[in-house]
Design a protein around this ligand. Sequence first.
Ligand code: FES
Ligand code: FES
Length: 149
Amino acid sequence: MIQFTVNDKAYSVDVAEDTPILWILREHLNLTGTKFGCGAAQCGACTVLLGNEAIRSCSTPISEANGKHITTIETTKDKEVKALQYAWVAEDVAQCGYCQPGQIMNAASLLKKNPHPNEAQIIDAMRGNICRCGTYNRIKSAIAIVAKG
Ligand code: FES
Ligand code: FES
């Protein structure tokens, strides 16, 4: 049995230890805000926080979450995620929207480590999250709003 919390709620699952966290979130817990993109740790669509670290949930086994806290886009309490969601709306960031939960979770991890990143630091931190719709400039602007406080 693997025990962990997601968005402050406790869960335990009896699954193979190498089951990807993404599968548990979407199929077992019905938290479908986290998206499946490449399934190979290449696009960032599946990004969630494990502790304060952004991880690729498609390629991280649930065994790594044992005893830890996962935060997903469905959180109602995480202050960085909530601030980013408001900024995302203000900047009208999303196009198709598919990559955006992963973008926000990756940005939240950046802001937890560095609350006031400059433009170069934002670009560097967000480099691995792919957006097929090319919303990169709006993503950068939304993060900058939160970074400026
Ligand atoms: S779906 Fe996980 S990195 Fe692409
Ligand atoms: S908004 Fe469409 S993939 Fe990013």
